[in-house]
Design a protein around this ligand. Structure first.
Ligand SMILES: [Zn+2]
Ligand SMILES: [Zn+2]
Length: 243
């Protein structure tokens, strides 16, 4: 099997999302033990029932840049809440955050038509504060893969390959395979993330690695290869949004 370099994890939960079970320090120790260089702290945006309030996110700037040897980006897994791709964090808070994963969740997003899901993703991609579309293979939210993935490629945004999907959303695996194959076809970045809810699983990508290998996925399209590729990418996206 090909030995892909994936030394960061841009989608992790702490116990600030109460259906997750580790602290930020524990996640950093877990990340270090699993050979990572950096993690994005991405708890659920405030509209999820288990989420912290907005101040959790706007106050994250008090955290150190490195914790237990791990670079920590201050982020969120924002909820896309409507078919216009709006998310549940204010501009003020978003201005203080570094890396935003935007996802559909059944608690905060009503399943609609393929066109409505596609439009929500297209609008979300236009938002300069959104960097990654999270677990987009979720079976109840089909969308037009070609349209959305081409646009992600054009804008330099990332589509997520989510390890947790293989364990908790098995009905979505076939979709994930199709989506990642389209990312290869259109040259879109992917972010390989654990979506870990416990520290031992931060940076563990056993099923995702197998899929990448099967698809002979190009290493250079994995945006979270290491801390440097992530920091450079975030800087480039920020600069592009100012032009
Ligand atoms: Zn999620
Ligand atoms: Zn998550």
């Amino acid at each position: 099997m090909r030995n892909y370099e994936i030394k960061t994890d841009l989608h992790t939960h702490t116990l600030a999302s109460t259906h997750a079970y580790s602290t930020l320090e524990e996640n950093c120790r877990g990340a270090f033990a699993n050979g990572l260089e950096g993690i994005n702290m991405s708890d659920h945006g405030p509209s999820m029932p288990d989420a912290p309030y907005e101040g959790h996110f706007s106050n994250m700037r008090i955290l150190p840049e490195y914790i237990h040897g791990i670079k920590v980006w201050k982020g969120a897994e924002a909820n896309i809440v409507d078919y216009e791709g709006r998310i549940d964090l204010t501009e003020h808070t978003l201005g203080r955050l570094e890396c935003i994963v935007a996802s559909f969740h059944e608690q905060t997003f009503k399943a609609g038509t393929v066109e409505q899901h596609t439009n929500a993703y297209m609008q979300a991609l236009k938002n300069p504060k959104i960097h990654i579309l999270g677990h987009s293979g979720t079976a109840q939210y089909p969308y037009d893969h070609d349209t959305v993935i081409k646009e992600a490629a054009r804008l330099g945004k990332a589509i997520e390959l989510n390890e947790a999907t293989f364990h908790v959303r098995p009905s979505s695996i076939a979709n994930c395979r199709k989506i990642i194959a389209k990312c290869k076809k259109y040259g879109a970045f992917i972010s390989v993330d654990s979506d870990a809810h416990f520290s031992a699983f931060v940076g563990v990508y056993d099923c995702a690695r197998k899929l990448l290998d099967e698809l002979d996925f190009p290493q250079e399209l994995i945006i979270n290869r290491n801390a440097e590729t992530v920091s450079k990418w975030l800087k480039e996206l920020a600069a592009a949004s100012e032009n």
